[in-house]
Write a protein that binds this ligand. Structure first.
Ligand SMILES: [Zn+2]
Length: 298
């Protein structure tokens, strides 16, 4: 079982190994609630081009995976995004069991102390959770040796938002999963064109949130874009102008999404959005004035 998880969830990009650490997967959103521009005709047409795992017809919901990406480069061990984590003060639908993430992290063969960098593409509740764990009543960094990379623009937006509004309905994730990292001296606030190491640089992808950043990996001639929530579901590859109801600036999200899709269309570059189901990663292909998506391995 352990080998199966490791084998199916890992793939190589040059001399970097990427392992998906899954917290949950399966049906999550009604497509019409998530994408206001969606129509039954378009949804059906695009789903016919995609594998079954992207949609559950029994409950009529699109499937989203909540996961972290563990990158082992020749120099560093890096975690991109940290899911929902073990927090009780969360919206009820986020209180699903978290054992799977812990088991998959352990089965990947690394310990919390091995992580050199944690990079959060943005600071929504489902991307910061495992940043911290409760220890003797205090939220402390889960990864004691890691530098946590947060975009400065993103951090400052949510710092102000939380001061003005208090915690959002999803729970106080900024207070319990971001601020304790700053208090512990582990946070590095970076500009949105930051070079993380020799192989990884960040670029801005605002819209879903004001300071969201992508991570670009270039390793021994192979390339990938970790796109965060610039896309939530492969339907948005086919319909780049469908922003979600959760996007702070829906028009700007379209601009960022199209830029990402155009940059990797018809190239070897793997697109790796945070929440795509199945193998998650895939290649973008041009289809007229829009795009299509081929999942890695199927
Ligand atoms: Zn998300």
């Amino acid at each position: 079982m352990m080998d199966t998880i490791s084998a199916s969830n890992s793939f190589a990009i040059g001399d970097t190994t990427v392992t998906r650490i899954v917290e949950r997967e399966g049906p999550w959103h009604d497509p019409y609630g998530m994408f206001p521009e969606a129509t039954p005709d378009k949804v059906a047409a695009h789903l016919s081009q995609l594998p079954d795992h992207v949609y559950d017809p029994a409950v009529e919901k699109i499937c989203l995976t909540f996961q972290s990406f563990l990158l082992r480069t020749p120099q560093h061990t890096i975690l991109i995004d940290s899911c929902v984590g073990e927090h009780d003060e969360r919206r009820v639908d986020l209180l699903y069991p978290k054992d799977r993430w812990l088991a998959e992290f352990r089965d990947a063969g690394v310990g919390f102390g091995d992580i050199d960098y944690v990079f959060c593409t943005h600071l929504h509740v489902d991307h910061v959770g495992w940043n911290t764990r409760l220890e003797n009543g205090h939220w402390v960094p889960t990864f004691p040796n890691a530098k946590y990379i947060f975009g400065r623009r993103e951090f400052e937006f949510w710092e102000k938002w939380n001061k003005e509004n208090g915690p959002p309905a999803s729970g106080p994730s900024f207070d319990d999963s971001v601020l304790p990292i700053v208090a512990a001296g582990r946070a590095v606030l970076v500009e949105d064109d930051f070079q993380l190491n020799d192989l990884i640089h960040l670029s801005p992808a605002p819209g879903h949130t004001p300071g969201q950043c992508c991570a670009h990996l270039s390793s021994a001639g192979d390339t990938a874009i970790f796109a965060g929530d610039a896309l939530h579901h492969p339907l948005q590859v086919y319909e780049p102008d469908w922003s979600t109801v959760k996007c702070e600036d829906r028009a700007l999200a379209i601009v960022s999404r199209r830029k990402i899709l155009e940059s990797c269309a018809d190239t070897k570059t793997l697109l790796i959005p945070a929440h795509f189901s199945g193998s998650t990663a895939g290649h973008v292909i041009t289809r007229g004035d829009s795009f299509g998506f081929r999942f890695l391995g199927g």
